[in-house]
Ligand binder design. Sequence first.
Ligand SMILES: [Zn+2]
Length: 88
Amino acid sequence: MTDEQTTYDVPPDRTPVECEYCGRPLENEGLLALHRGQVHADVIGDEERAAYESTHEAETGQLRRFRLKALAVLILVYFGLLMVYAVV
Ligand SMILES: [Zn+2]
């Protein structure tokens, strides 16, 4: 067993929400829902699980859109350089 205490540096101008299971400060309700679903999956209730699932889905959608945009940018850069190479 370790008696090492994890401490968190919260900026003084922020008001974090705290996890009711382990006391960890999180930036907002969405992150708290994700934290509960991942770290305390075996103890949370139905309502918290539903919150986790909807937040997780929203997050996955955002990630998917980001990946598409990143891919589009990569393709544009690739063909842009190809054109430059063809001209010069
Ligand atoms: Zn926690």
